[in-house]
Write a new protein. Structure first.
Length: 78
């Protein structure tokens, strides 16, 4: 069963409180998404670590019900 955009957003926001999250369904199939996540938690982290934080928020969903996710991260300026 495919994953809904809102579920992806909720999981990320639960793991990264205060994050701004934009999810786009790239193919209209609830299977291929793009995520832009802006969080102050990314400060001082490498781009790889930032992406890992997003993947960790989604747990075992990636590669399962969430087939493909393109991630863009930015540091939130407080």
């Amino acid at each position: 069963m495919p994953m809904e955009q809102i579920e992806i957003e909720k999981l990320i926001k639960a793991s990264l409180p205060g994050a701004e999250v934009e999810i786009i369904d790239l193919a209209g199939d609830n299977n291929h998404f793009s995520a832009h996540v802006i969080s102050s938690a990314f400060a001082g982290k490498s781009r790889i670590d930032q992406h890992k934080m997003v993947y960790d928020a989604l747990g075992d969903k990636v590669g399962g019900v969430l087939h493909a996710l393109s991630i863009k991260t930015s540091i939130k300026k407080d």
